[in-house]
Design a protein around this ligand. Structure first.
Ligand SMILES: [Zn+2]
Length: 65
């Protein structure tokens, strides 16, 4: 029996504080008109270890008046 990795679960990123690859937690940092910025926090010490910008599509369904 083979197990597949769950891509949506916490991934490992290098943490400067812990000085090793640590599981991280994704946190919504900023919402932009055309996307969102996510921050990755180390689950051990809580420091930021990276960020990601996710752009929403033109037909994302969100309408800002
Ligand atoms: Zn850490």
């Amino acid at each position: 029996m083979q197990k597949t990795f769950d891509h949506f679960q916490a991934s490992l990123l290098y943490c400067n504080q812990c000085r090793r690859a640590m599981p991280v937690r994704e946190r919504l940092l900023l919402v932009l008109p055309d996307g969102e910025i996510y921050d990755y926090l180390c689950q051990q010490c809580g420091s930021s270890v990276g960020s990601k910008t996710a752009r929403t599509t033109a037909q994302g369904g969100l309408v800002i008046p």
